[in-house]
Design a protein around this ligand. Structure first.
Ligand code: FAD
Length: 628
């Protein structure tokens, strides 16, 4: 059963420096989605080596997206398990700031996310290899080489036949699954009454339904599983699946409520592994932890760059200006920030609909009481089993803009090859005037142009649960932002500069997406319900007006930050190599969503688990005595 943490398994849970061993083989900084996956695999493979995970947060119960007593679409804010903060204003977006949320708990963002459990396409992961161009390296990051780790990373459970029939759920285990790791991928026994309305609408727009969307191909209408336990329908997350169930291993220590400040190379030689400097949150005390084998940074796309920058590993001129001695000049640390953003499309039904089982039904006390009771059944039933929904469209640019996509792709290539390319990046020696950073950006744009002209590679995602407002995700943004230490308060949240819209082609893509999606009101299904467009609104027709609409209404972060310590050669502004070791220093790797070079066409948790599984495999092969 999946429930509150069980105390008998908390033997290795440490809360104070005095409880630590004198040294460890592996030290993992950040006990989140990727960090705990690696810790699980290393403690399994090396019974005689000790592993320490240092985590800022504690073990907390991680509720689902909607659990009783919350109501659907009520924004649940669980301040204990998350940090929330804002980016700098975005000048191209009416100076709006991006609101970001990050899991701050054992299990990291897997405990706080929307539980939407999708994967990118084969083209996304192949593009990582293409951008990096690691050539003859015996470690490759391609779809073929990652797929076995996607399969290993989760347990997919078929829904009961009656449930599958009721909603029309489809899947293909051979193409996508087969693993038995206790991170669960399941379909809930409930959908809101209007779920099929959009599915019918999209079929009428000529969009094909895919049988399985986690097997590398997902251009079309997809059923996406939820990361929840198939019986209890409670959230499945990294703390339960990669710590709780194996925390009786005597070589697995987890230190909670401690902040990793930085890593330190004491001999000034960059020979490692480095010491890890840690700050106790309860008493503020600073101390060092020693790793005999290596240190693995897994603090997530916003906080991994802060640990590296505090360590003097990062953009040299920024570090010097901040008074931090430079250990390794890696301008890619905190560069290349990418996230999904989305403008809305909304409409109104002017004719009677009479859908049953709708979010509004929760206002009926009997419906609500039944929903709460059904959630406690075994297996759980009813509306509380649904998280943020299981439906999404993923559409390519050739489908969305058949007459215009070619010119947009040409424009991306022209920018990539133009002398003005650097002007799309932040100015200065750490970025726009740095030839390696510009070369890396060029490689990314050329790979993205290939994705955008591919009729099987989605450019747009449109997920839905219930209701008449839906967001059109731009899956492969061209603008690049930064994550920099807050110099006046370096242990606090970093300064995020999203720079959304700084590459103006992102607006062309958003406008094409909105133009396509607004056509949904013209389908027979929508006409039956008297559908009337509200946003962008009938008066907003020209490209220029649609661009202004995007600026007025866009959500700048869908909470999918990545790419801030990218797996690229140093000649392309990279931070880690294909083995995820940090360039120019010893005994230090990064394993989390920072190492991704370009954002995949997916929400990120499934990719974080698979990436960490592959990283663990790489680490295990590189140390003697490891067995799988
Ligand atoms: C609100 C929200 C909704 C999301 N929705 C979805 C979704 O529906 N589907 C999906 O697939 N993905 C979703 N994501 C994204 C996905 O969950 C994350 O991309 C993924 O979990 C990131 O994994 P990670 O290992 O890189 O980082 P995390 O899981 O965030 O782990 C980083 C860990 O490091 C710790 N840490 C940070 N700094 C320090 C430090 N200095 N010292 C010690 N510890 C530190 C943090 O506390 C955290 O536990 C969402 C994310 C959020 C925040």
């Amino acid at each position: 059963a999946v429930s509150e943490p069980r105390s008998i398994f908390k033997r290795q849970l440490l809360t104070d420096a005095s409880e630590l061993r004198s040294n460890y083989d592996f030290v993992i900084t950040g006990g989140g989605t990727a960090g705990l996956t690696v810790a699980d695999r290393l403690t399994e493979a090396f019974p005689a080596k000790n592993v320490l995970v240092i985590e800022y947060g504690k073990i907390e119960y991680a509720p689902g997206v909607i659990d009783p007593p919350d109501l659907p679409f009520q924004s649940i804010s669980n301040p204990v398990d998350s940090w929330t903060f804002f980016s700098l204003p975005n000048p191209e977006m009416r100076n709006v700031t991006a609101f970001v949320k990050v899991g701050k708990v054992v299990g990291g963002s897997s405990c706080a996310n929307g539980q939407f459990f999708d994967r990118g396409t084969r083209f996304d992961y192949d593009s990582w290899a293409e951008v990096a161009g690691f050539g003859q390296s015996d470690i490759q990051w391609t779809w073929r080489s990652i797929l076995p780790f996607f399969k290993k990373s989760v347990t997919f459970t078929k829904p009961p036949p009656a449930v599958a029939k009721r909603y029309g759920y489809t899947w293909d285990i051979a193409a996508a699954y087969g693993g038995s790791t206790p991170i669960y991928s399941s379909f809930p026994p409930f959908q809101f009454g209007d779920q099929p309305v959009l599915e019918h609408t999209f079929r009428e727009m000529g969009i094909p339904a895919k049988k399985e969307c986690a097997g590398g191909d997902k251009e079309g209408i997809c059923w996406i599983p939820t990361s929840e336990h198939p019986i209890t329908m409670r959230r499945s997350h990294a703390e339960l699946g990669h710590y709780e169930v194996v925390s009786n291993r005597t070589n697995y220590d987890l230190l909670v409520q401690h902040q990793v400040v930085r890593v330190v190379y004491p001999k000034k030689s960059n020979k490692g592994p480095p010491l890890v400097e840690v700050r106790s949150l309860p008493n503020g005390r600073l101390f060092n932890v020693t790793a005999k084998a290596e240190v693995i940074i897994s603090a997530g796309a916003f906080h991994t760059p802060t640990i590296l920058q505090r360590s003097g590993i990062g953009p040299a001129s920024f570090l010097r200006a901040a008074g931090i001695p430079v250990v390794a000049d890696l301008p890619g640390v905190g560069a290349n920030l990418q996230d999904h953003s989305a403008p809305p499309i909304s409409w109104n039904y002017t004719k009677p609909t009479n859908f049953s089982d709708m979010p509004s039904d929760f206002s009926d006390p009997t419906y609500y009481a039944n929903a709460v009771a059904a959630f406690d059944e075994v297996p759980a039933q009813g509306p509380y089993t649904v998280a943020m929904g299981n439906s999404a469209l993923y559409l390519s640019l050739p489908r969305v803009a058949p007459t215009k996509y070619r010119s947009m792709v040409n424009k991306i290539r022209a920018v990539a090859n133009s002398p003005e390319l650097a002007s799309y990046l932040p100015s200065g020696p750490d970025y726009g005037s740095n030839p390696a950073m510009v070369a890396g950006y060029k490689a990314q744009l050329l790979a993205l142009a290939k994705l955008y002209e591919n009729p099987d590679s989605p450019s747009l995602e449109f997920p839905w649960l219930s209701g008449t407002t839906i967001y059109a995700f731009l899956l492969h943004p061209l603008s690049r932002g930064t994550v920099r230490l807050n110099v006046s308060s370096p242990l606090d949240q970093p300064v995020l500069d999203y720079r959304s819209g700084s590459n103006p082609i992102d607006f062309d893509l958003h406008v094409a997406h909105v133009r396509y999606m607004r056509q949904l009101v013209n389908t027979p299904t929508q006409r039956k319900y008297g559908s009337v467009e509200l946003l962008p609104g009938p008066e907003v027709q020209s490209d220029a007006d649609l661009k202004e609409f995007v600026k007025d209404h866009i959500i700048l972060s869908l909470q999918h930050p990545c790419c801030t310590a990218a797996m690229l050669p140093e000649t392309k502004g990279g931070v880690v190599g294909p083995d995820l070791k940090v360039h120019g220093v010893d005994g230090l790797r990064v394993v989390d969503m920072s190492v991704v070079p370009v954002l995949p066409s997916a929400h990120l948790s499934a990719t974080a688990y698979a990436l960490a599984e592959k990283a663990a495999d790489i680490i295990i092969r590189q140390w003697p005595g490891g067995h799988h």
